[in-house]
Every structure is written in structure tokens, then in C-alpha cells.
Ligand binder design. Sequence first.
Ligand SMILES: *Cc1c(COP(=O)(O)O)cnc(C)c1O
Length: 434
Amino acid sequence: MKRETVAVHGGYDTDPTTKAVAVPIYQTVAYEFDSADHGAALFDLEVAGYRYSRISNPTVEVLERRVAALEGGIDALCVSTGQAALNYAMLNVCAMGSNIVSVPQLYGTTYTLFAHIFPSQGIKVRFAESDSPDAIEKLVDDDTRAVFCESVGNPAGNVCDIEALATVARRHGVPLVVDNTVATPILLRPIEYGADVVVHSLTKFMGGHGTTLGGAIVDSGRFPWTAHPQRFPMFNERDASYHGLIYTEHFGPRAYIARCRSVYQRATGAVLPPLSAFLLLQGIETVALRVERHVDNARRVAEFLRQDARVAWVNYTGFADNPYHQLAQKYLGGRACSLLTFGVNGGLAEAKDFYDALKLVKRLVNMGDAKSLACHPASTTHRQMSADEQAKAGVKPEMIRLSIGIEHSDDIIADLDRALAAAHGCRSPLLAAE
Ligand SMILES: *Cc1c(COP(=O)(O)O)cnc(C)c1O
């Protein structure tokens, strides 16, 4: 079925017991065993079923099936946040002494996880000079366990050449892990271009209403773990923490998610609450419609900003002269994402004046809400970085990041005009004439 249909129906058939059409919220911690033997079979993973909601829950499982189907993956694990998803996705293939090779354009907290938290656990992250496949390949060595990128960087807006990065990763026998939060599977499905694992912050466009945190890890089921037994012993050797089970033997192509669930989710518990899964499922039902409107509105806003003398620059991959335009054409089908950045003419002071004057567009750190949102990365998401780190992450002092919502574009543009007037003392001649 097509993505629009999967978004509405994926992963759920009418509940057999109650005939409930909406996905029921299974607000329960535990599930009763028929007998001691039944309990034992569940613990040995010999029969399907539930035992404790830290490991799995029927409501969360519907979300897992739906997100996996949307991304074209074979299995998924949903967790409490996008950050938890990133943490588990990477830990699942790493051990002390291994490294990850990453593009430099990252979400601020992901950068912190990679640059500061993983190294303290003995996992190094090597940041390439750029997102080019050559720059990535230079850093891959025998200790590399994954290549990482954001399909569309937040907030840099770069579009990664996933097919080429997947080729590099495959050549070196490591998986390509892609954060697909900004693009969503409506615009891009990285697995179709060779990505092995896809990670999401469901908090953003997927949930879509700024109400609920959540994360997902989706496995393509295609990475040949058994072909690299020394590099990935965790999938090929007996797991002492799970009565000697070998993940690839027991779970075949589903080994990656099975281990993520039975090692990390079970032992460290970044669980997605069933109510959150329900709210995220509600959001996902309309994700295709919303993304379409987000994309159309963003184009109108980008065009307005581009002709405005109070604006220094606009970074929007929908423009033919954008360095990532060709990649956006290929990977997003010409539908540039609704996350865009621009520079307020002047600098830091003018950017802050603009930011403070917004009325309709919300000042906050989030994106992918139905509401239009603005963020000033230099003073918020990326403020813990040095000027040099900021520059590498594509953050400038005068830069405003907009996440364009699904309101009427006239109202969004009027608010931006009003705020630009507050920073520069004049309205847009285009709108003033109306
Ligand atoms: C927001 C975001 C995250 C983190 O997600 P949370 O759900 O807030 O933990 C990770 N990656 C990207 C690209 C994001 O935009």
C-alpha cells in the first residue's frame, strides 16, 4: 500500500476482542501467564506475547509496526525520545574501543552525545570535514562500526547523498545509520537508497502537534551481520545476558532490533508510554497531508524572504542555486523540507530584535509542529558549542531557523514581515502596498 494509506492503517487490524477501531491504549505494566510453563516460554522468546511493558506493549507495538512499514523496514523499536533512539541505535553496534564516523552537520544534542558522551564510554566519534562520501571514507578504519548522517541536517538543511554513503559503508562492512527526522518517510525513505538503520525523533513531524516525545529505530533487515563475526560479535556470539542466545541464529534478519530491545530497552528502560504511542499514532494518521502543506507553505515563505532587502541570505534547498538543490531533487523529489534558515541583515542584534517581535510564529526549540516555529540556534540549541564548533555545524549568529507550519501562508508571512520591520524599521514594500 502507499504511504498515505500505511500512515492511517499500518500495523493495526481491528482489535479482535473488543472490535475497537481506534488503537486501544493498553495502560498496563504486566500481562498474566496461563501457567509457569507459559511464562517460561515467553521468557525464552519461544512464543509470541507480552510479559512486562518495559520490553513490549501492544499499543507501542502498533506504532512500531506502522513506523517500520512507513520506512520500508522489517522491524522497529519505539522508545521514549529521539535521543534515546540514537543512543540505543549506536550502542547496539559498538563496544569499547570502536568508533563511529559521522557527518559534521548534526542536531545539537546528537552532537553532544557524539562529541562528549560516547567518548566517555570508550566510543570515539570521528566527524568528517563535510558530508561528502570521500570525506567520510577517509575516516573509516578497522575499528569503525557505523557511518552516521542526518538525511536532512537540522538545522544546516544539507541533504546527504545517502546512496553514495551507503556504498562507502558497505565497502567497509559497516551499517549506514540515518536520522530521518526532518525529511520523514513521506519525503524520503533512506532504506530505498541502501541505508541499514533509520532513526527518528517522532516528537517532530511524525507526531506533528508538539504534544508528545518519542523515538524510533527502524531496521532494514538487510545488513549481513553474520558476514562480519569479528566486527559484530554481539550478534554472532552467545549473549550471557540472555541465557546464551545468539541473536542472528534466533532472530535471523530481525537480530538488530531484537538485541536492541532485549539488551538496551530491557536493561536501561527508555520506554515509550502507551498513551504517548496512541498520541503519536493519531499524529501519524495525517502526516502525509501535513507534510504536503508544510512543504507548500515553506516554498512561499522562502520566496518572500529571498526578495526582501532586510534578509541577508536564505538557505532553502528548493532554490535552484542552493548547493544541495540537486540532492534535494533526487532524494526529496523536489519537495524541499519546511525547515529552513535565513540570516537577518545586520547580525546578532538584529536577529534577536526580529526574534523578540514574532507574534504568531512561536519562539521555542522544536520543529515539525502544525504551528510555525522559530529558533535562534546561536542562543539556544547550539549555545554550548564554541564559535568554531558552531561554524562547523553550520550555525551563524544572525541565523534564524524556521519550521513552517500548516497555517495559511499569508498569516505566516505577515508575522515575519512585522518582525523584520521591528529589526529594521521598515515594512516589506511588497506587503505595505497591499
Ligand atoms: C529533535 C531531534 C532529535 C531528538 O529528538 P527528541 O525526541 O527531542 O529526543 C534528534 N534528531 C533530530 C534531527 C531532531 O530534530
